[in-house]
Design a protein around this ligand. Structure first.
Ligand code: RIB
Ligand code: CA
Length: 311
């Protein structure tokens, strides 16, 4: 049995964050979860994380974090995730409160106590940037940061992806930190869509939570398809950041230099990827995930759902 990767999930549930937590709970050693404002205000992303941890039957520590970006004004994504941040199904009230509201120090303490930890941010990078600023030693202590964000095109703007666009200053600090960064960008995550056939696989995967999780995907996909010309379903963006650590064989990656644009009138929040084939290109600082075996990935998501406790 391969040793399970130790991860700390930093998230803004968020439909796809929910599936990332379920997959991490099954296939990784989750040492804790922190929340950040992004898809919805912090109070809602934290409540949604509590709901998902109940679905996973997980009692790992949960700490809320930044309610707003470092500099930018807070903007949420009800247009995609609904007013609750996770519309599409009714869930019981969470069984337990969060364990604290200082995500930054929880991240620092957990990383220092567990050398080799992976940080897995799937929302805006505010908590991660604040932790790296307060404790630069983390860069050497952790194995790396496997993040969902950025890519070769945008979604919030033509050039900027939502997680990076929400807090470009935080994202720039993370990519410039010297930590090993693995980037699941939109050019990758759009390969993992929740098609109608896959939603039915989710529905049948678990007597109790299958129908609810399918309801989440139906809502998420309805919103995505209403906003895009040619989507078969909503991409499960955040799951990619987990699967790279638990199932690296699903991916093809390249080593590239990535920097985050802060000032561009049309490009603020863009991850500028140096794809030039010139010897003078900037030294790579990021593992950019390029392709994913989507069928194998979705089968793994279904396997993780099956493992949720019957309750
Ligand atoms: O752009 C996609 C990202 O923004 C995902 O993490 C999704 O959950 C939203 O946070
Ligand atoms: Ca997210």
């Amino acid at each position: 049995m391969a040793t399970r990767v130790k991860v700390l999930m930093d998230c803004d549930p968020g439909h796809d964050d929910a599936f990332a937590l379920i997959v991490a709970s099954k296939f990784a050693d989750v040492l804790g979860v922190t929340t950040v404002a992004g898809n919805a205000p912090l109070s809602l992303t934290t409540k949604n994380a509590r709901i998902i941890l109940d679905i996973c039957g997980s009692n790992v520590p949960l700490h809320s974090g930044a309610g707003r970006p470092l500099v930018a004004e807070p903007i949420h994504a009800a247009y995609i995730h609904g007013e609750s941040g996770m519309d599409g199904a009714n869930f019981a009230e969470p069984s337990r409160p969060a364990d604290g509201a200082d995500a930054v120090h929880f991240i620092i303490d957990t990383a220092r106590a567990n050398p080799g930890l992976w940080l897995v941010p799937t929302g805006p990078l505010t908590n991660i940037a604040l932790a790296l600023r307060a404790a630069p030693d983390l860069v050497k202590n952790i194995s790396g940061i496997s993040l969902m964000g950025g890519g070769r095109f945008g979604n919030r703007t033509a050039t900027a992806e939502f997680n990076i666009w929400c807090d470009p200053e935080a994202a720039a600090a993370v990519f410039d930190s010297g930590a090993k960064v693995v980037m699941s960008g939109l050019h990758l995550t759009h390969q993992l869509m929740a098609t109608p056939k896959r939603i039915e696989m989710v529905r049948g995967a678990h007597k109790v939570v299958g129908p609810k999780l399918a309801g989440l995907l139906e809502f998420f996909s309805k919103m995505y398809k209403s906003l895009h010309d040619d989507f078969e379903g909503a991409p499960l963006h955040d799951v990619c950041a987990v699967l790279y650590l638990t199932h690296p064989e699903f991916f093809v990656a390249s080593e590239k230099h990535v920097v985050v644009e802060i000032d561009g009138e049309h490009t603020r929040g863009m991850t500028v990827i140096d794809d030039r084939h010139v010897s003078s290109r900037t030294t790579a600082n990021t593992t950019v995930l390029e392709t994913i075996d989507a069928d194998a990935a979705f089968a793994t998501i279904v396997e993780a759902i099956r493992a949720c406790p019957e309750r």
